[in-house]
Write a protein that binds this ligand. Sequence first.
Ligand SMILES: [Zn+2]
Length: 315
Amino acid sequence: MTRLRRLRRSDRLRALVRETRLDLDDFILPLFVGPTTQPNADLPALGRHSVEDLVSEAEEVSRLGVRAVLLFGIPEEKDAEGSGAWDEDGVVQCALRELREAAPGLVLMTDVCLCEYTSHGHCGVLEGDEVDNDATVERLARTAVSHVEAGADAVCPSDMMDGRIRAVRAALDESGFEETPIVSYAAKYASAFYGPFRDAAESAPAFGDRRGYQMDPANVREALRECELDVREGADVLIVKPALPNLDVIRAVRERFDLPAGAYNVSGEYAMLKAASARGWLDERQAALESLTAVVRAGADLVVSYWTKELATWL
Ligand SMILES: [Zn+2]
């Protein structure tokens, strides 16, 4: 008789036949930088750091073994255009120059979008009540170049405008940054799971929502079309966001494309487990490890996660 329980009888046997393992090398820690430090007691990884505190946080996580961080900036002032995004003395640009010196081994990635910088909170410049695609794309390209000039190792456009990967690639190449990879949020859904992030980054839209540019969570074939376009336009990595509600999308992207595929385990996924564990309903560590294992098992080669710092001590 076939008895599958034979290989489940001990920790060692289970480890021998385990198909999926988490490796800290594959994880990216998001970090928020703003004019002042504002800790978040309930959701520590969503706290905001001043440039000075960010440097000590980056040094600490680097010592723990974290390999890569993804920076989000919250500027002192916002305007309709989001001009703080490409300011050479902007908060992310200043942070990059400091981090480059303080933590030379850390991979520095940056979110490229306008929503943290616009007074209305949309991911681009407006034409009436609509986000103007092509005017936005041009500003995103400038932002990406300014990040790389300040020391970014990779840029991550997250806006979901059409044609932005082509524009970012062209702008980087023209500026002599042919070697800098683009990590594209290729399939980013209009999701309810971004709530805690929007509070942390002060990026909730002042009116309307983002369904005019982010994807409908009901669609998977459309996600593959988004990926197809990004591959053609020059993306080096494809990211699916959020992760847990879209494990099937991660799997589909993994099967269709040979590029590295990633997933963003977003703030709502983190907050759900934090809240449940604070009430004693779930064990945070076990539930987080199971969630992240599922994301990797679905096909993600790299994962952006708010648990990356904890993972460094858990693994
Ligand atoms: Zn945005």
